[in-house]
Design a protein. Structure first.
Length: 134
């Protein structure tokens, strides 16, 4: 099984500034089918709070910072994301919660699938039941 892990992206640095890049099937290790971002999150709010059956994702703090909690039901990891050249890979069958957004934080999500409500596991109980069968 693929593991929840921190990824450092390649960077091109020069006097004009830095450029970090992510290529599908190389850095992402999946075909990129959807990209979205979360921003203007009110203080104290949480995002995520669900799992996915098949979807794989990379989560990046493009601006500001936030905390990411992820578990596959066996391993549990916590990350404080604050660098735009770092991201966290979340394999399928992973529960995620995103909290402690700083002011101006932007969370970029790179996904292996288009939006599909049937892929969501909406409660932790539902997630635990699903992963117990896998």
């Amino acid at each position: 099984m693929k593991r929840i892990r921190l990824i450092k992206f390649r960077i091109v640095k020069d006097r004009r500034g830095n450029l970090a890049f992510i290529e599908g099937m190389k850095d992402a290790r999946f075909q990129i089918r959807r990209i979205y971002y979360i921003y203007d999150v009110p203080g104290g709010s949480k995002r995520g709070g669900h799992g996915h059956k098949k979807l794989e994702q990379i989560i990046i703090a493009i601006n500001g910072s936030f905390d990411l909690y992820a578990t596959d039901g066996k391993q549990e990891k916590r990350f404080h994301l604050f660098k735009p050249d770092h991201g966290v890979f979340l394999p399928k069958n992973t529960w995620r919660e995103i909290t402690n957004f700083s002011s101006g934080a932007v969370c970029l999500v790179i996904a292996s699938q288009r939006y599909n409500i049937k892929d969501y596991l909406h409660t932790y109980t539902e997630f635990k039941k699903w992963t117990a069968r896998k």
